[in-house]
Design a protein around this ligand. Structure first.
Ligand code: DQA
Length: 143
């Protein structure tokens, strides 16, 4: 089954939005590099972004039966969304939380993550490479 990589609000602006924090790579650059890592592993890639909380909930529910693992950068919903947390709790596949920046080195309101309560592990602070680290982590977990 594929690996799902879900991205939350404003990440469609990656590469343009606050590049000093989030870097210059776009989300499609990241998608291509994840795809390259999965080549030959037997896992496909479902890579999506939404600015809408409910759409992310729908995709998490879809991943429950359609994915072997879920990598999620919930963006601002990390710090606010009980709905994403509840949806993630219904999954039995490995969940990896991924952030470009290190939220713990930023404003206090970014220090708490609802999503971490449901995640097997967290990758944060390494910029776009973090997604590749998350894919590698997933591959070692689902092997
Ligand atoms: C982010 C960190 C969040 O605090 C922020 O709201 C984002 C991006 C990251 O990838 O560093 O939108 O998830």
């Amino acid at each position: 089954k594929p690996i799902y990589v879900l991205n939350g609000p404003n990440l469609n602006l990656l590469g343009v939005r606050e590049p000093e924090i989030y870097g210059h790579d776009t989300l499609s650059d990241i998608e291509l590099r994840c795809l390259a890592l999965l080549e030959g592993t037997g896992h496909g890639l479902v890579f999506r972004q939404s600015n809408h909380e409910g759409e992310l909930v729908d995709w998490i529910q879809e991943a429950r039966t359609q994915a072997d693992a879920l990598i999620i950068n919930p963006a601002a919903y990390t710090h606010t969304s009980v709905a994403l947390y509840d949806a993630l709790k219904a999954l039995s596949i490995p969940i990896i939380e991924c952030h470009l920046s290190n939220p713990h080195a930023r404003e206090p309101f970014r220090h708490h993550s609802y999503v971490s309560l449901a995640a097997k592990g967290v990758v944060a602070g390494f910029g776009s490479i973090g997604y590749e680290l998350a894919v590698r982590a997933v591959l070692s977990l689902v092997k």
